[in-house]
Write a protein that binds this ligand. Structure first.
Ligand SMILES: Cc1ncc(COP(=O)(O)O)c(C=O)c1O
Length: 317
């Protein structure tokens, strides 16, 4: 059987063949990075014969908030966006894990250097992933500490997913990978740990999970927020959100990346030092198992965190 391919996109208010979802070279956002995007996943549950979208309301809410930071007025709500996304996946008919990319951008044909009084548009497409883990690492990532600093809130808001700000992530990622690492930890301008190139950071010291606060130039991650809840309420693990000094990471017992792409990717080595004993730690393992159950719709208690695709009715045609 051939691999499923993306065939459709939501574009300019309709679901169209993906080949028709194109923009002219004169589109403003192409020149200045004036867009915001989301990164979401749908997980295929073969037993239920169902695809579950993980926390769609939270992802779409952040998308609309990111758009608001860029003065984009979008005529959508999280519920209307979920309706569109559900219809899109139903039309594609994917029966596999998927990566979902909503993108809002300034669609006007202008070279004007401003955010106000310009018309945005919103597009969505879905890539089937099969068993591919995308950017997640199962067996322990080896990371460095990037020489780049995380983009600062007073330059480009790090808390939103702003297209142009991903130049920062790519500088970090490419330099790390080309130097032989899987990824990099990034410090903010205060010298505190912010996050990884495209994932939030959590580490364990003396059995307590510590993660940088949302005021330390991190993306306000949906997975980060979900894991804080699961750690506290399901695993009984204390979680502290506070600034993390650079040398604290050398003393961590466990560390992992977390995010839609990374899922929960354990970090077992930082440059020439092991994290803890260099093995994947017990809190990371327990949390990863629980997270995988939740995202696949296998947890009754967290069924409200996932939205089923094929058993849903949509208004969107
Ligand atoms: C820079 C950055 N930080 C953190 C995350 C994690 O965010 P989320 O959990 O919402 O996927 C991402 C995206 O996955 C990201 O691009």
């Amino acid at each position: 059987m051939s691999e499923p391919q993306t065939q459709y996109a939501y574009f300019q208010g309709r679901i169209v063949p993906i080949s028709e979802a194109t923009v002219p070279i004169t589109t403003q956002s192409l020149h200045y990075g004036t867009g915001v995007f989301g990164g979401m996943r749908a997980y295929w549950n073969a037993e239920h014969e169902e695809a579950y979208i993980f926390r769609p309301y939270e992802h779409f809410e952040r998308l609309l908030q990111s758009a608001a930071l860029l003065r984009m007025k979008l005529d959508y709500t999280p519920a209307s966006l979920l309706d569109i996304l559900t219809a899109l996946i139903q039309k594609e008919g994917f029966r596999t894990n998927c990566y979902i990319r909503p993108l809002a951008y300034i669609a006007e044909q202008t070279l004007a250097v401003r955010l106000h009084d310009l018309q945005p548009d919103l597009a969505i497409f879905v890539n089937p992933l099969g068993d591919a883990h995308f950017v997640s690492v199962d067996e322990g990532a080896h990371v460095c500490i990037s020489a780049w600093r995380r983009v600062d809130d007073n330059a480009i808001p790090a808390r939103g997913k702003v297209v142009g700000a991903y130049v920062n992530s790519m500088m970090i990622k490419s330099d790390a990978v080309l130097a032989g690492y899987d990824d990099a930890l990034v410090l903010n301008n205060d010298g505190h740990v912010a996050e990884f190139s495209t994932a939030n950071m959590m580490m364990v010291r003396k059995g307590v999970v510590i993660t940088p606060p949302i005021t330390d130039n991190i993306l306000e991650g949906v997975v980060r927020r979900s894991l804080i809840h699961l750690l506290r309420h399901e695993l009984g693990v204390e979680v502290v959100e506070r600034p993390i000094d650079r040398t604290e990471v050398y003393l961590a017992e466990e560390m992992f990346m977390c995010g839609t792409g990374a899922q929960i990717s354990p970090v077992t080595r930082i440059e020439h030092r092991d994290v803890g004993d260099g093995e994947i730690g017990p809190i990371t393992r327990r949390l990863r198992d629980l997270y995988m159950d939740v995202v696949h719709g296998r947890s009754d208690k967290y069924q409200h965190w996932v939205a089923p695709v094929y058993s849903a009715e949509t208004m969107m045609k």
